[in-house]
Design a protein around this ligand. Structure first.
Ligand SMILES: [Zn+2]
Length: 254
């Protein structure tokens, strides 16, 4: 049966080539691979039906940069992956500590950016974060810096100029409930050390490189992770899977 011209145009339209990084991957009991890709055109969820047994399996791995051909059927809303070509991989991310931080930042990007939301900058920042976590010696510091940079890009920023509770200027104490800053009158915890305070106030506006080059001492980082975890939990819903990956978030005093 010959297809009309318009119908053929429609079918062509439904097949698209996209390039992105696998930030989430799940295999269903039926052997399908469900993936979420972060692409310069936004987040894309897609399924490779029967993918586990086929040639797509090895290319559709977590943190791989892949080029995919997807087909969007007329009735099912989940795009179907027809082909996948590996465009780049960072083998050092397989090291356990680096893997943990890559996983954390991937879940974070997934929570921050919505499907279909266009953000070339988010893609570039995320790709840079993975490269940094792969190559830099201090993977934890890269993950912390890039988490705050991604927050800044999403436009969700902790308040640092005024106390989150009463509005007094220049707060320097942790805010254990909201992950922001409190003044001396409102706070129950001792103030942040100067390095942490400088990071919280300046991380988003400084360049990635400037941040990476002045790391906060390791013993101050648990408090920074806790603040990030609290802030994101309060400001963004549905971050359960991300929260479980944040180091120290559960252990510390809240
Ligand atoms: Zn206050």
């Amino acid at each position: 049966m010959a297809l009309s011209r318009s119908k053929m145009a429609l079918m062509r339209h439904r097949t698209a080539n996209r390039s992105g990084i696998v930030i989430r991957r799940r295999v269903t009991p039926a052997g399908d691979i469900l993936v979420t890709l972060l692409t310069p055109q936004g987040k894309l969820k897609a399924i490779a039906r029967g993918g586990v047994k086929g040639p797509l399996s090895s290319s559709l791995n977590l943190f791989h940069h892949v080029g995919v051909q997807v087909y969007q059927g007329p009735h099912n809303d989940l795009a179907s992956i027809k082909q996948a070509v590996l465009e780049g991989a960072l083998p050092k991310l397989a090291e356990p500590e680096r893997y943990a931080f890559a996983h954390l930042i991937a879940e974070f990007a997934d929570a921050l950016f919505q499907e279909g939301e266009f953000s070339e900058q988010a893609f570039e920042l995320f790709a840079g974060a993975l490269r940094g976590i792969s190559h830099q010696q201090d993977a934890e510091w890269v993950a912390l810096v890039m988490s705050y940079k991604l927050l800044g890009l999403a436009g969700i920023l902790p308040q640092t100029a005024r106390c989150a509770r009463c509005g007094n200027p220049d707060p320097i104490h942790p805010d254990p409930l909201g992950g922001q800053l409190l003044c001396g009158n409102c706070a129950a915890l001792p103030p942040y050390p100067p390095e942490s305070l400088d990071f919280l106030r300046g991380a988003v506006r400084r360049t990635v490189r400037a941040n990476i080059e002045s790391p906060v001492p390791a013993d101050q980082r648990p408090a920074l992770w806790r603040a990030l975890e609290r802030f994101v939990s309060v400001q963004i819903g549905n971050v359960q899977s991300w929260r479980q990956l944040v180091p120290y978030a559960e252990a510390g005093q809240i």
